[in-house]
Design a protein around this ligand. Structure first.
Ligand code: G3P
Length: 216
């Protein structure tokens, strides 16, 4: 399973990249707004900076919801860097846009996936990635990981090439479960990635090793 970081924060992207395990970055309008990025030029520059920091795909989301504007936006985003993947919402015009981007050699990440049916449509349109939102499903009382498993099964049976990008990850257990369910990628906040490191027995064991090392 590949690891992406889900943020627009450059310091966090650098920290995850320095671990040597980062395969890409996902952003969304909420994450970009959180960093105070405003205006077309500043947004494009921010994506360029991220692409120069990380050797992997960087998802950049369109801000419009109609076909023509999504195509114009997506073309501009894709021109920023070869690693840009245009993130498109799962709506009617979004599916048409994904098909257009696919036919024109632009890779896409279909976002806001909350059902297997949405994932099937996105895959049929040629999306490079689908992003099921695990945490938001859990928040509503559904089981987000069940959806990852269901989409994995369908994509395997149907031999779809579209990669499953588990998104809306909230904790280390989500990452472990996404790996179990066969997600191709897990996009995570930095805290959830670092949380994978933690175990009290590791801390106790290391403290003892350090103490005993003084006796050597
Ligand atoms: O980028 C999409 C997704 O990861 C959002 O996560 O935590 O806002 O549900 P969250």
């Amino acid at each position: 399973m590949k690891f992406f970081i889900d943020t627009g924060n450059l310091a966090q992207i650098k920290e995850a990249n320095d671990l040597g395990i980062l395969d890409g970055v996902t952003t969304n309008p909420s994450l970009m707004a959180k960093e105070g990025i405003k205006g077309e030029d500043a947004i494009a520059q921010h994506y360029k900076t991220i692409c120069e920091l990380v050797d992997g795909d960087v998802s950049a989301e369109v801000l419009s919801t109609d076909f023509d504007t999504m195509i114009e936006e997506g073309k501009k985003l894709a021109a920023i860097h070869p690693n840009i993947v245009v993130k498109v919402p799962i709506i009617k015009d979004g599916i048409k846009a994904i098909k257009w981007f696919t036919d024109n050699g632009i890779r896409t990440n279909c976002t806001l996936i909350f059902s297997a049916g949405q994932a099937i449509l996105a895959a049929k349109a040629g999306a490079s990635y689908v992003s099921p939102f695990v945490g938001r499903l859990d928040d509503g009382g559904w089981d987000g990981m069940d959806l990852i498993g269901q989409i994995r099964h369908i994509f395997d049976v149907q031999q779809y090439d579209t990669e499953i990008l588990a998104a809306s990850i909230r904790n280390p257990l989500h990452i472990i479960k996404a790996a179990e369910q066969g997600a191709d990628i897990c996009t995570c906040p930095l805290d959830s990635i670092l949380g994978l490191l933690k175990h009290p027995l590791t801390d106790i064991g290391l403290a003892k090793f350090i103490e005993d090392a003084k006796k050597m």
